[in-house]
Design a protein around this ligand. Structure first.
Ligand SMILES: [Zn+2]
Length: 353
């Protein structure tokens, strides 16, 4: 492996394509939900739909069938999923909510997020495509690894588009390659490494067989999962693999651990790290931890380019963010806090900064 550049994609990168941020997700979803109630095709099952309506009423005091958009402040996706995940991992239940039901709501929430993102983003990816095209033209795609903190499949779809066949290296083995004759293992010479440490909307995990299955490419794009599927081997209902950042420590999925170790290894050898749309929030220590490990291994900070700008950011906000990031690293002069937005970086890179 000869990775020189690592591009870290945070929520801001997906936002540039029109993906809702965490705190907007539910509001956007339920707007969509209301439209759906007015007669459009609905793709979650009735059972899942009912679970979610009841959950929002009972847990958050929100009637999602009748809310007035302006007055309601929704909990974040992370809060909703986090409350359920903590109960699940502590082996506890809520009154009236068995462990099984908690698991079902959790999965229904993830599937609906997948559905909303799919609807909103289909065919609209611009900047990620520009980024990959630029790297390809500069012939630096081979020495680049992507480390995505997003579970959407924006960058996945752009990378899959590079070739007719599937050549994307998630850093883990997928059951598709073993069991299905229509899948071939990615070609080492072609595949770009994409490490998704918070999971991915196109992965389903069978806890019985301990394997991950990937959604197939359809009509030129990979799709997200939004229905419960049963494992083709053992018929166990498979689980989505999505890790809300704050609950990372609860994370036990062996595949996520493998991805994390791979990210650790790649960052140790990287010369340049581009951090896009991510401002190192305190709750999310594990990315800092990975970078700190890389820094300590090399005995110096790698060149870190921060690409976090957007038109509404004030000078004071930039200053504060820069200070916050610099304080965490040993060699402050290696931190390049750029004035670039993700869109600009995708198009031009950092050479002329
Ligand atoms: Zn199975």
């Amino acid at each position: 492996m000869n990775i020189k550049d690592v591009i870290i994609l945070g929520a801001g990168a997906s936002k540039s394509e029109g993906a809702p941020l965490q705190n907007e997700l539910f509001k956007e979803f339920f707007e969509y939900y209301k439209q759906v109630l007015k007669g459009k095709v609905w793709s979650l099952s009735k059972k899942q739909e009912k679970l979610i309506v009841e959950y929002f009423k009972k847990f958050w005091g929100i009637d999602i069938e009748n809310f007035q958009n302006r007055d309601v402040k929704f909990p974040t996706f992370e809060e909703c999923l986090g409350a359920l995940d903590l109960a699940y991992h502590r082996g506890e239940s809520f009154k009236g909510y068995s462990k099984e039901k908690i698991e079902q709501i959790r999965n229904a929430l993830i599937f609906l997020i997948a559905k909303v993102l799919d609807e909103k983003l289909r065919g609209k990816i611009i900047h990620h495509r520009k980024l990959v095209d630029r790297l390809k033209n500069e012939e630096s795609l081979k020495q680049t690894a992507f480390l995505s903190l997003n579970y959407d499949i924006i960058i996945d779809n752009v990378l899959v588009d590079l070739y007719e066949e599937f050549h994307l290296d998630y850093g883990i083995d997928l059951i598709n390659f073993e069991r299905r004759s229509d899948w071939k293992r990615p070609d080492k010479n072609k595949a770009v490494l994409l490490l998704k440490i918070h999971g991915s909307l196109n992965w389903l995990y069978c806890p019985t067989c301990n394997h991950i299955e990937l959604t197939p490419k359809e009509k030129g794009a990979i799709k997200a999962f939004y229905k419960v599927e049963k494992c083709t081997e053992c018929k166990t209902p498979m689980e989505p693999v999505i890790i809300p950042p704050t609950f990372y420590k609860e994370m036990t999925n062996p595949f996520i651990q493998k991805v994390f170790l791979k990210a650790d290894k790649v960052l140790r050898s990287a010369e340049r790290v581009f951090v896009c749309g991510y401002s190192f929030p305190d709750a999310d220590l594990h990315i800092k931890y990975l970078l700190k490990r890389a820094e300590q291994f090399r005995e110096e900070t790698p060149e870190i380019y921060v690409i976090n700008n957007h038109p509404n950011k004030t000078d004071q906000q930039k200053d504060e963010e820069k200070q916050e990031i610099c304080k965490f690293f040993k060699n402050k002069e290696k931190i390049h806090y750029t004035n670039l937005s993700f869109e600009k970086f995708a198009e031009k890179g950092v050479e002329n900064v």
